[in-house]
Structure formats: C-alpha cells, structure tokens
Design a protein around this ligand. Structure first.
Ligand code: G1P
Length: 291
C-alpha cells in the first residue's frame, strides 16, 4: 500500500451558526474570537503546523469576512506602518499566495454535501477536514499528530474522543475494534445515534483524514440524520474497503459550537495568555468567591 502525502484540507464554513444568534447574524461563527484569534485561525494554524499546503474553504453567503481575514488589509497595514506599529500580530493571517481556494455551498444540505462541493479542488488525493467550531489545543496539534499516525497506517484516520454517554446523540460515533496505542480500528460509524443505541461513547470531534473515494460515495449519498447529507454515512461505506482508524488526541478539546464550550475555551485560553492571565485569574477568583 502506498501512502500518499496529505497536502490539502477542506474547511466547511458555510453553516448558519444559529446557536449563537444574534452574535452570528452578520458575523460567521468561525470568526468568533477565542481570546484574540478567530476560531478559523486556530484551525488554519493547526493545518499549517501539520504540513497542509492547500486550504479549501467551503463558504456561503455572509461569509466574506473569512476571505478578508486571510487577505492583505491594505489600509490597516499602511496605517499601522505609518504609526510605527509592528505587523507581526497579523503574520498568521498571511497565507502563501495561491494556497487558499474558496468554493460555495449554495444550500445548507449537510456536512457531507459541503465536503462534496470541494471535490474538484481536492482531486484524486487524500485530504483533511477541519470543523473550526471544534477547537483542539495541544503540542503537537491534533492534525499533526494524526498525520504521524496516518503515515504509518494509511487509509482513513479520524480523531476519536470519549464523551459522556448522555452526549453521544450530538455527534458522529465510532464502533471501535482492536486498539493499538492511540489508534483504534473503526468497525462502524453512526451519526447522532438515538439515546441508548450508541455503539460506544467515542465521538468524532471534527478532524478527518480521508481518501478521495469518499467524494464518489458522497455523489449519491442520500439524506441521513436530521434530513442532511451526512459525511459520517459516506465514511461508513469505506469501512472494510480501506484501512479505517480513529486516533486519540492527547490534548484538549473545546466544543465551541456550543455557548458553554465556547466560553469555557475563552476562559481556559485566557488563563494561559501571558498578557491577561494574572488579571483574569484575580477577576475569576473574585467572581467565584461571590458565588
Ligand atoms: C458534525 C458531524 C459530527 C461530528 C460533529 C463534531 O455535527 O456531523 O459527526 O461529530 O460535527 O462537532 P454537527 O455539529 O454539525 O451537528
């Protein structure tokens, strides 16, 4: 088996972000900041750390601020330079010319459909998928660690993490087989299983390395859970035909698709931020003391 190098990543960012309204009425949820970086920036940084060379955003209407974020802001940069301010703070927003492509998902038909919209840009090679509202923090980052595992086993590798049983109906869930260190074989996959029917409590927190065959499957994939075309259903069809593993990430995960998870991420990362950690720790202690 030849293992092809992973070079491309898809970022589905066309979602409506209804859980964060009214904040997300005119601002994409992927642009919500955790401390001082928008969520999408964390995902892009994780991709670049993992060696990804081409970033493909699947966008929709009202998402142009994501494109602007990864572009040169001429007036801003000129004014900053005139005022003698360093542009270093913008360095992560600078992507290599030609390294980013945008394609639109015209209708919200589901994650599987969003990924399929990127098929021609992905072409015939393995690709990663990042769901930016899942914030993965660690050294090495989640995708870098997944790539290292992928380079050994090939095929398809998704991240898989344990959640409380009460939460399995919110996610794509793995039916696990034999475990070998951080890798576990995937025997089955089910999207948002009804309470009491989940094959395990291992969920997929929005990080995937998939073979291009999944695009052919998505071509004809019918609707699944929630009446949407589900990526999980298409992936399930590859089990048994190609190697399929779940990788246990050793870092932290914050579900920023949820208000509590998003605020938790802000609290946790703020307490690690050298400029503000001390102030916030004092403020937090005062707040918690009041009860
Ligand atoms: C999506 C996927 C699901 C995955 C989850 C991670 O669900 O369909 O398999 O576990 O993201 O957050 P969504 O959150 O879009 O309902």
């Amino acid at each position: 088996m030849t293992i092809k190098t992973l070079r491309k990543a898809v970022f589905p960012v066309a979602g409506l972000g209804t859980r964060f309204l009214p904040a997300t009425k005119a601002t994409p949820k992927e642009m919500l900041p955790v401390v001082d970086r928008p969520l999408i920036q964390y995902a892009v940084d994780e991709a670049i750390e993992a060696g990804i060379e081409q970033l493909i955003f699947v966008t929709g209407r009202n998402k142009s601020s994501i494109e602007d974020h990864f572009d040169i802001a001429f007036e801003l940069e000129t004014t900053m330079k005139e005022r003698g301010k360093s542009l270093e703070v913008l360095s992560q927003t600078r992507l290599k010319p030609g390294a980013v492509a945008y394609v639109r998902q015209q209708e919200p038909l589901g994650l599987g459909h969003a990924v399929w919209c990127a098929r021609d840009i992905v072409g015939d090679e393995p690709f990663a998928i990042f769901l930016a509202d899942e914030l993965m923090i660690g050294k090495p980052g989640c995708m870098k660690a997944m790539v290292e595992a992928y380079e050994k086993v090939g095929g398809n590798v998704v991240c898989g993490l344990e959640v409380p049983d009460s939460e399995t109906d919110k996610y794509g869930i793995i039916d696990p087989g034999a475990r070998d260190g951080a890798l576990v074989e995937v025997k089955g996959l089910v999207e948002k299983p009804k309470a009491g029917t989940a094959p395990s409590n291992i969920m997929i927190p929005g990080r995937y390395i998939l073979q291009p065959e999944v695009m052919r499957i998505l071509e004809t994939q019918g609707k699944g859970a929630g009446g949407e075309i589900q990526l999980t259903d298409a992936m399930a069809q590859m089990i048994g035909k190609q190697p399929f593993h779940a990788f246990t990430f050793a870092g932290k995960r914050y579900d920023c698709g949820d208000k509590a998870g998003y605020i938790h991420a802000n609290m946790a990362l703020a307490l690690e931020h050298p400029e503000i950690a001390d102030k916030l720790r004092a403020a937090g202690e005062a707040l918690f003391a009041k009860g």
